[in-house]
Write a protein that binds this ligand. Sequence first.
Ligand SMILES: Cc1cc2nc3c(=O)[nH]c(=O)nc-3n(C[C@H](O)[C@H](O)[C@H](O)COP(=O)(O)O)c2cc1C
Length: 181
Amino acid sequence: MILFINACVRKKSRTLRLANKLLCKLEDDVKEVRLEEVEFPVFNEEFIILRDELEAKGNYDHEIFDLARDFAKADTIVIAAPYYDLSFPAMLKQYFEQINILGLTFTYSESGIPKGLCKAKYLYYVTTAGGYIISEEYGFGYVKALANTFYGIEDVRQIKAEGLDIAGADVEGILKNVSFE
Ligand SMILES: Cc1cc2nc3c(=O)[nH]c(=O)nc-3n(C[C@H](O)[C@H](O)[C@H](O)COP(=O)(O)O)c2cc1C
């Protein structure tokens, strides 16, 4: 099962177009999480206390862990996120806050090193930028660090198109030439 985490918002999203092309190539069942439809809980102290208590009891059936359970058991992860403010839409960060669950998606070794508990072998990060991706540190780089360090997903790939909003850009040509390798 592919878990498709969709952080696209525009009806004519170019990022979504690329992600759909990738999903067709991957040929597997897809479960989509449309992030704009998710009502994320306020990440306040009350929420952290509730979560810590549930984690301590090993009670991972609670609904606040639904997203994390799906993430942990997916075979492949596909994230579609447009390049916003040198990074990605804030709702994707909210999503990560909900799935970084001790005992479900990751654990710690005795020496305090995070160790992944997720099944997925591949994570694809699909993005498009109006200009150019200045630094990968805050977008793809951050997601790759999370995947490698916390989730234990080693093979993390970026699929991207840049320069789409530059005056005179051949948008269709750029999208057509995107590499899916
Ligand atoms: C809120 C917002 C922030 C953006 N920030 C950047 C940016 O920092 N750098 C950039 O090159 N383009 C930026 N863009 C342009 C988008 O990256 C570009 O239009 C992208 O292709 C949108 O993806 P979509 O077609 O999937 O919606 C921004 C667009 C929006 C709406």
